[in-house]
Structures are given as C-alpha cells and as structure tokens.
Design a protein around this ligand. Structure first.
Ligand code: WTA
Length: 650
C-alpha cells in the first residue's frame, strides 16, 4: 500500500476529535473577528491568582516596540502545572520515568508526589538564598529531577536556564556567565545508551572557564552513584538539602510578564542568544497547543522524546503536558539502545497513545528496516508527531505506514525556540494531511511569505516565512540585550517577525517549510550557528580561517562541512583534522562535530572581503555546476581548487 499525496481525515477520528473541520473553521473565523475574545479564553485555562483584564498590547514597530500579554494577570506556573490537579487527580500518574537501562524499573510519579518534590526543592532553594528573579542553571539528565528542578524554580520565581546535557564545558560556561547564575543544579553523571556522561565534572570545568563568581552553590543529584569530586562548601548533595524540607511551599506571586525561563539558542551571528519567555502567555500557549495539536484526551499516555535541554522539552515535556494534567513518559535513553526496537518497546510497555519525535530519529530507524518496528505491537498509538526539522515525504510515509500502521495521523509541527510553542501544524481531526507539509497556521496565527524585499507573496508561491502579529507564546527579549532582539527578528522586514526559515505555500494554502535561509544549521534537529563552529576552529593555533556550511545528509538532515585554511607552512594531516574535530567537540559538544573538514588554500571572497557562503554551500552540496554569478569573486581560481578537492566527497 502506498500513501497518497493527501491523507484525508479519518471520519472516526474526526468524530471524537477536540476540533473537527467545522470546529477548526469556526475557531479561525472567531480568531479573525474577535481575537481578544479567543485570547482571553485561552488564558482562562490557567490557574490565576489574579485573572488578567488586559489581554494584549503589541507593536512590532521598532520605535514603539512592545509585546505584552495578560499584563495585569498574576499567577505561578507551578500552580497551574501541579497544585490545581491535586484535588481531582492528585493520584494520577504525571511521569512514567523510563531509565536508560532497559532492565531498570520504570518509576511512576503521581501529581501529588511531583508537587511534594517540587515544594521540597523550592524550600531548599529559598534556604540557599535563591530569590525571585535569580537565575538558576540546570544541567541534568532526562529524569524526573530535571522536571522537578524546573518547576521548583518556577515555584519561587527564579528563572531557569536549562543547558542540554550534551553541551561541553565551554558552552555551559558561556551560558552561566551570560545570565550570571546564582546556583547550578546537576547530577553526578547521566546515562545515555549505556554510556556515562560526566555531568558534574563538566560543571566543574565550566565554572573554571566561566570567569564569573556569580555561582554560590552547585546542587548535585546522586544519579549513578559514581565517585565525584565535591568542593565544599560550594557543592551540596541534593538529597541532603531537600531532606526534611516541608512538602508545601508558598508559590511566588508572579506577574504574567515576569520571566519564566531563559533558553540559549544559536543564531546566525555571535554567541548563542538567551531567549527569554515569560509566564502567562507562554504557559497558556504551551498548554493550549499541546491539547489541540495532539488532540489530548483523559486516557492518553503521551510521550515526547525530546530532551528538556531544548525548547521541545520545555513546552511539550514540562509545561504543556503538566498544565494539562497529562500522563507522560520521560525517557532518559536513546532510540538505539539496547537495540533499535527500544522506542517501540517503550510504547508497548507503557501503552503510549501519543508519540512525538524528530525526523532524524525516524530516518535513522527507517534505515534499520521494518522488522525492529514490527516486533512491537504499537496498538496503543493513535497520534504521531514530528518536530525540529523538515520531514521528507519518504520518512513521513514510513512513519505513517510502518510505525502507525496507516491509522495514526501525523502532526508535523513547525515552530522555534523563539515561538514558545507550535505555530504551524495540522489539527489531526480537522483537515487532510500531506506528507512533508506542516499544513496550516493554527487558528489566530498570522503567517505570511515575503520576498527578499519584504513584499507579500500571495497565494501559491515561495518566500521567507514571517509572522505578521504576535501570539501569547512569543519570546519577549534576548536576555540582557533587547536591542539584539529587535535587530535579529524585526529589522529584516520592518513590522514583521522574521523566522529565518524559507517556505513554499501550495494552492491549498498549505505550508512546506524548506529550511533555514540564514547561517543557522539544523543538524539532527539541533540548531548550530556556523559562527560558533567557525570560532571554535579558528581558536586552533594552526588555523588561519574557517567557513562552515551545511549540506544534505541522509540521516541528520544536514551535515556540517567545514572549509579550513591553515596558516602558512602548516602541513594538512589527518592528525590535524582529528585535532580540529576535537576542538569543536570540546568547545561546543558532540552535536556540532564536523562531518567533513576540507583543506582550503583560500576561501572565495568578494572584493570587499566577504566570504561567499552561497558558493561554499553549492560546492559542499556537490552542485558545483550551479554556482551562479561568480563575477564578484576576488580570486576565481580559489573556487576551482575547492571544487576539484570536494569531488572526494560526492
Ligand atoms: C526547524 C525546535 C520544518 C526550522 C522546535 C526552525 C522545522 C528551527 C520544523 C527551530 C518542522 C522546526 N518542519 N522545519 N516541523 N520544526 N523546524 O529553535 O528551521 O530548536 O526555524 O525549535 O527548526 O529550531 P528550534
């Protein structure tokens, strides 16, 4: 059986769905006619200490810039995620924690127990001097501790900054220094695919590199029990500080526009930006989208495979699902350990109904064939989701036919760290699906395409993806650099939020995201700034210059191709190549490992000295016959050498 170009909504699914075609159409119509009414209703799903009367106050105009939602409302995110469930559903399982080790027992944590753990840690943090507005860096494995740590920060009004456990000490150091964290929460070690990750040792190294004395305390979770170096009085065991704390903790009364968290993400220039999200709008958007896009129901067991170190883990592991009182799987491991049936075994073991993962994982598993999938029943599944990068139609079909047995709708969800939650996605009961298309903006979302000059592309066509108006989950600023926020997102096309993505819109009005149009790479669904990798490379004493571009990669979506010019007299050797790879891994982390390093006698530049990345991209893609206009090249011969040398890869 082959999947057609358009997969109609299953009438049985639509009949039970939260939003069917009519419902979605009515909501779209209302959102256009009475947006404030719809946005007010959206806020109504949260537990407010003071309900907002002001709904939205937005201007994308540079001279009069503001993004404020529910600005006179007061709430605490942890109350919406925990306390309000206690009466009616306190004993319901919030988290099913599946450890890396498949022989290990999954731990079930009820809402009541999660609440108590969050309260104990909230009290402990207050005792350690953490106050409202202070920043706390979290560098933990994908376990319940990470969820507890985030919510405990929210409880006391501290701003968490979660750093993905795969980042290297230098990256942790930069993130700690940028927001001047007062406290770091980590674990002795993490476990991934049977291997240990030295989290505490990485934090120690980071604090030496950070060049700040802001960090007063490092809280350490005992996870694997490995022997680690504890530096007293700075380092404290988590169990020791929470032990004996009361399991109630007065939640801080936060304004809707008070910061909830900072999450660093890569842009096209400079160091990663601290994307700042606030409390009310973010939480409302995460919760509403989680419920509608996944068609969440009372009896669902939801599983999002993302790590809490990324925005997907923030919005669709922690805040959205918990605000909705969902039961979900939290998985510490990886898809191919102990073997490539792991995902599907976990699905069967916990009877997962909604499964949300990244195309890169699907492509990697697809390569292993159908047998490892078919060994598991997967009968519990009813909705599948995709996030993080474009899903190619081939992978979409495999996900649909093989994983979902052609009976589960796939929601291909487009969004970004900056958007806080999903903006473009099918609603699974409301409209047909198209393999490879994220379909339509959600109700209330005003997406558009513009050409290079910012002129609207109407109807069918291709262009840069922008948003013409705000939504509650939009980021509010770059931490510590509001000018950079406006410059990065609102200056390319004045009056519009520019996503950095390109897209095509078909005759049905469905969007097909084509990928980044800026210097951001998307490697296995992870955002990597070319500038960050380049600066890691040029930090090596033998490197004169480096330029990094992406090229299509079967599994990772994009691979990382680095052109490196060595200093005069330096011999290009395999040993040096390995050293450079190591430089990047230890500056950023394994996720940024270059796939290829090409020695470049010179880089193609314009006469004014600007590197012509467009040309480097074409060469890396193996499309040297499509270099386009090369008349502005300062030294055309450079390109010929690069093209000849690059043949080795194609
Ligand atoms: C890409 C991840 C196509 C896009 C939530 C975006 C996607 C970047 C999709 C944000 C999708 C995310 N289809 N591309 N469904 N989802 N992207 O900040 O290029 O880690 O700009 O947020 O991922 O990555 P981020």
């Amino acid at each position: 059986m082959s999947t057609p170009e358009t997969v109609p909504v299953d009438p049985a699914f639509a009949a039970r769905a939260r939003l069917d075609a009519d419902g979605a159409a009515r909501l779209r119509e209302r959102a256009a006619r009475d947006p404030d009414g719809v946005w007010r209703e959206l806020a109504g799903r949260l537990e407010w200490m003071r309900a907002p009367t002001e709904i939205r106050d937005v201007s994308f105009d540079r001279d009069d810039f503001r993004i404020r939602w529910y600005a006179d409302g007061e709430l605490n995110a942890s109350v919406s995620c925990l306390d309000r469930h206690l009466d009616a559903r306190g004993d319901r399982t919030a988290l099913i924690v599946e450890p890396d080790d498949p022989a290990g027992e999954a731990q079930r944590i009820s809402y009541r127990e999660l609440h108590a753990r969050v309260c104990r840690l909230g009290n402990a943090l207050r005792n350690l001097g953490v106050r409202r507005g202070d920043r706390v860096t979290i560098y933990l494995p994908m376990t319940a501790d990470a969820v507890v740590a985030m919510l405990a920060c929210a409880r006391i009004g501290a701003v968490h900054s979660v750093v993905f456990g795969g980042f290297a000490p230098q990256s942790i150091a930069d993130r700690i220094a940028d927001c001047r964290s007062k406290l770091v929460i980590t674990a002795d070690e993490g476990c991934r695919g049977g291997r240990r990750v030295p989290l505490k040792a990485n934090v120690d190294a980071a604090l030496k590199l950070a060049g700040t004395n802001s960090v007063e305390t490092v809280l350490v979770v005992r996870h694997t029990g490995a022997g680690i170096d504890m530096q007293m009085p700075r380092d404290r065991w988590m169990h020791a500080v929470v032990d004996g704390q009361p399991d109630v903790c007065e939640p801080e009364r936060m304004n809707a526009e008070d910061p909830l968290f900072i999450l660093y993400t890569s842009g096209s220039t400079g160091k990663p930006k601290g994307v700042l999200h606030t409390t009310g709008g973010y939480l409302a958007w995460a919760a509403w989208t989680h419920e509608q896009v996944f068609d969440l129901r009372e009896d669902d067991v939801y599983w999002c495979t993302a790590d809490v170190g990324w925005i997907t883990g923030h919005s669709y592991v922690v805040y959205g699902p918990l605000a909705n009182g969902a039961t979900q799987v939290v998985f510490e491991g990886v898809p191919n350990y102990p073997d490539v049936s792991r995902f599907w075994n976990v699905v069967d073991r916990h009877r997962v109904t909604i499964f949300y993962t990244a195309p890169t994982a699907i492509r990697a598993l697809m390569r292993e064939g159908e047998a490892p999938v078919k060994r598991a029943s997967r009968a519990s599944l009813r909705v599948l989701g995709s996030v993080g990068e474009p899903i190619n139609p081939e992978a979409w079909r495999w996900y649909y036919e093989v994983v979902g047995d052609s009976r589960c709708p796939i929601v291909d969800t487009w969004w970004q760290t900056e958007t806080g939650g999903i903006l473009i996605s099918p609603l699974p009961g409301a409209g047909p699906l198209k393999p490879g298309s994220a379909t339509k903006p959600l109700p209330g979302i005003r997406a558009a395409l513009v050409d290079a000059e910012g002129r609207a592309v109407e109807g069918e066509g291709e262009g840069n993806l922008v948003l013409l108006d705000s939504w509650p989950g939009q980021m509010r600023t770059v931490y510590g650099d509001h000018a950079r926020f406006i410059e990065t997102y609102f200056s390319t096309y004045p009056g519009m939020y520019f996503t950095g993505d390109g897209a095509r819109r078909d005759a049905d009005g469905d969007y097909w995201i084509t990928g980044r149009v800026d210097d951001v790479l998307n490697i296995s669904g992870h955002r990597i700034g070319t500038a960050e990798v380049e600066s890691a490379l040029v930090a090596h004493r033998d490197v004169a210059e480096a330029a990094v571009v992406g090229y299509p990669h079967d599994i990772k979506g994009q691979g990382l191709h680095a052109y490196v010019t060595l200093k005069a007299g330096v011999e290009p050797t395999d040993a040096l190549r390995a050293e450079l790879v190591q430089c990047v891994r230890s500056a950023i982390g394994a996720i940024a490992t270059p796939d290829r390093i090409q020695w470049a006698p010179g880089l193609p530049k314009t006469r004014s000295g600007k590197i012509m990345r467009r040309i480097l991209r074409k060469i890396a893609e193996g499309a040297a016959d499509q270099l386009g206009d090369t008349s502005t090249l300062a030294e055309p011969a450079v390109v010929e050498t690069l093209v000849a040398d690059a043949r080795a890869w194609s």
